[in-house]
Design a protein around this ligand. Structure first.
Ligand SMILES: [Zn+2]
Length: 210
């Protein structure tokens, strides 16, 4: 995954989760395994199905990843009020989709980058424990973003070139819908942001639905 900050000595991250509602509540239903790919021996071509699935919408449809580095800009809660106001004024001049949709925070599944927008709730207070590691109290940083779709009507500037209207469609249509290849559903149109401990990346991650 280009750009992902791996802890020293690792180059592979496995995210293991129990497909249940506990995933979104940030419990130990999720584990991070930072590994060295050269130590991986027997690849399972057909991964075993989970024995019990309480929430089918938490089981991704197997997909092929085509990671693409993109440049994005911070969301509103990372900007001071003056800069946010200047951006709003600039938006009015350029007659395009708003900065918040068009340039800031790429939608869809993502590793690293800026944390997602807060939609149905506000960001945590600066002195809140919500964005601190539960093990050691270190700050946490955005690691993975999981969401229901790669783009929507307001974020069409982020559609990958190969999925655009002009693009030649792949033979056999491998995904039911290229806008939602994983078929994972997070709440109702929400984003699940996984934050990992900056001090010790193997500590259990924090989750915020936003
Ligand atoms: Zn920690």
């Amino acid at each position: 995954m280009p750009g992902l900050a791996f802890p020293p000595g690792t180059d592979l991250l496995q995210v293991l989760w129990v497909p249940s509602n506990q995933v979104v509540s940030g419990s130990d239903a999720v584990q991070l395994r930072w590994r060295r790919s050269s130590e991986v021996r027997d690849l399972l071509l057909a991964p075993p199905e989970p024995a019990y699935v309480p929430a089918a919408y938490c089981v991704p449809v197997p997909c092929v990843l085509h990671p693409e580095p993109v440049r994005e800009f911070p969301s509103r809660h990372h900007l001071d009020e003056d800069l946010a106001a200047r951006l709003t004024a600039w938006d009015k001049q350029r007659a395009k989709a708003p900065y918040w949709h068009d340039l800031s925070v790429a939608p869809g599944w993502k590793a690293g980058g800026w944390p997602a927008h807060f939609t149905f709730r506000g960001p945590p207070e600066p002195d809140s424990d919500e964005l601190r590691c539960g093990e050691c109290g270190s700050p946490v940083d955005a690691l993975l973003t999981m969401t229901g779709s790669e783009w929507d009507a307001s974020t069409t500037s982020w559609i990958p070139v190969e999925c655009g209207d002009e693009a030649e469609k792949p033979v056999g249509l491998p995904y039911r819908n290229p806008r939602d290849p994983t078929q994972v559903e997070i709440g109702r149109g929400c984003t699940l942001q996984m934050y990992h401990c900056v001090g010790t990346p193997s500590h259990p991650p924090r989750f915020v639905m936003q």
